[in-house]
Structure formats: structure tokens, C-alpha cells
Design a protein. Structure first.
Length: 263
């Protein structure tokens, strides 16, 4: 006799909750007897400040000062982040601007001994008033130090902003994120959590995962063009501060032929 659908769903839900609770308990147990892994990022002695200009950290993720035509300035860590995240969290935050006015906020959060430094990325856009319209997983090809694929997740969002004159305008946004540890890359929060637990159980080492993101505003309907610019920026800047890479990809035939022709 088949189970009643509602009962079946309830049983599955209870089982999933039990598994998640057990995994959390296992993590808590192992975290008290672990060694901390190395980050997959470059860290620099660059202090960061809060919105009031008060210094809140002594070091940060080494985001490059300039990429392609983009200049940048160090961007503050918010008081809300400082209250919510563990004290041993390391940040990276810069606002990049192109000559035509296109701006990109690049952020990094690196965990220390507390895994709660990194939350589910889908909270970020809604916390700024955006409704997520589309979600897709992409691969950005990085050419240095060798050619590999960086898995990323892209979120497109939209929000309404009331202007001083009372009119409401719609604003779009493209948000791209990924995760990196000493030897792993991922674009999936649950996969990252699974790998964190697996490595902790197998090796006794707590991997220092980092959550990287880039965010750009755009006019609604102009998301593809914004994403193309973000992809170009990611391709150029990642080798400057990220030490973890993926498996080497084959070099395109056209590139090989061009190299042979130049000899």
C-alpha cells in the first residue's frame, strides 16, 4: 500500500531535518578538535573601516587596486556585518569604477574558526531591496596561471526606488558569486557545506572557505550587457588575489594556431 502523499512529505521533511541537525552537531563536535586550513586567497596588511571611517580590521583580502580601465577605492564594512559575523572574519571590499561611470562592488568574506562567517548568498540581494528574478550557474574561463573554469552563480534582481520627487523607478542588478577554499572551488552553498564537513571528518582540518561576490546595478533589461562586463572583470582580477585554481582546460585550437603562426 502506497503512503499518503502528505504523510510521505512529512516523513521526508522530518528525516531531512534530522540529518541537518546531526550534521550540525557533528560539525560542532569536530570544530572543537580541529586544525585550521590555509585560505585560497592572498591576504594583505590593508586595514578596513566602517561607514563612520573608524578602523575595524588590520588586514584584508588583497583585491587589486586597479583592473583594466577600472580604478577603485576601499569600501567600508557595514556595522550590520560586524555585528552579525564572527570577530575572526576577514573581509575584502572595493568599489570599482570605469571611465563611463559603470560601477562594480567587489566583496570577499573569509571565515576563521567559525563557519558562520559565510551565509547563504541568496540573502544578499533581498537585504538590499531586490527581488531575485533569475538564477543561473555559469563558468568563467580564467587564463592565469593556467586556463581553467571558475564556477559561479549569477542572480538577476530588480527593485523599486522612490525618488525625492515622489516618482518610483525600477533598478536592475546583476550579482555573481562563488566560493573558494585552499583546494576547492564551488558555486553552490550546499556543496560547500558538504565539503567543509567531509574534510573536517576525513582530515581533522577546518577548511577556510571564502565567499566572493561582484555586484553591478543596471537598467532593467540590460542585465546581459552588465553580466558581460562583470565576467570580463572577474577574468582579469581573480588571478591577482585568488591562489586556488581548477583543473587545466584544453587550449582552444585557434589560440594554438595563432601561437604557431607567430613563431
Amino acid at each position: 500500500m502506497s503512503a499518503i502523499p502528505g504523510v510521505r512529505i512529512w516523513v521526508v521533511g522530518v528525516a531531512c531535518a534530522a540529518l541537518m541537525a546531526g550534521a550540525a552537531g557533528l560539525l560542532a563536535r569536530f570544530q572543537s578538535h580541529h586544525r585550521l586550513g590555509k585560505p585560497g586567497l592572498v591576504l594583505v596588511d590593508l586595514p578596513l573601516s566602517n561607514e563612520k571611517g573608524e578602523q575595524v580590521t588590520t588586514n584584508s583580502i588583497g583585491l587589486p587596486e586597479r583592473v583594466l580601465e577600472y580604478g577603485s577605492k576601499v569600501w567600508p564594512v557595514t556595522a550590520e556585518e560586524l555585528r552579525a559575523l564572527p570577530r575572526d572574519t576577514t573581509y575584502g571590499r572595493r568599489l570599482y569604477a570605469a571611465p563611463d561611470g559603470f560601477q562594480v562592488q567587489v566583496s570577499g568574506v573569509l571565515m576563521g574558526t567559525d563557519r558562520t562567517s559565510i551565509h547563504k548568498p541568496e540573502y544578499c540581494l533581498p537585504s538590499q531591496g531586490f527581488q531575485i528574478q533569475r538564477r543561473s550557474q555559469r563558468t568563467v574561463v580564467i587564463d592565469r596561471p593556467h586556463r581553467y573554469g571558475l564556477p559561479v552563480t549569477r542572480l538577476d534582481g530588480v527593485r523599486e526606488i522612490r525618488q525625492p520627487d515622489g516618482k518610483t523607478v525600477r533598478q536592475g542588478a546583476v550579482y555573481v558569486y562563488w566560493f573558494v577554499s585552499e583546494n576547492r572551488l564551488s558555486n553552490d552553498h550546499m556543496q560547500r557545506m558538504w565539503w567543509l564537513a567531509l574534510d573536517l571528518v576525513r582530515t581533522g582540518e577546518l577548511q577556510r572557505w571564502a565567499y566572493l561576490s561582484v555586484l553591478a546595478g543596471c537598467a532593467p533589461g540590460d542585465e546581459e550587457r552588465a553580466y558581460a562586463r562583470l565576467e570580463t572583470l572577474i577574468r582579469q582580477m581573480v588571478p591577482e588575489f585568488q591562489t586556488t585554481t581548477g583543473p587545466a582546460l584544453p587550449v582552444p585550437v585557434a589560440a594554438v594556431e595563432a601561437g604557431q603562426a607567430g613563431r
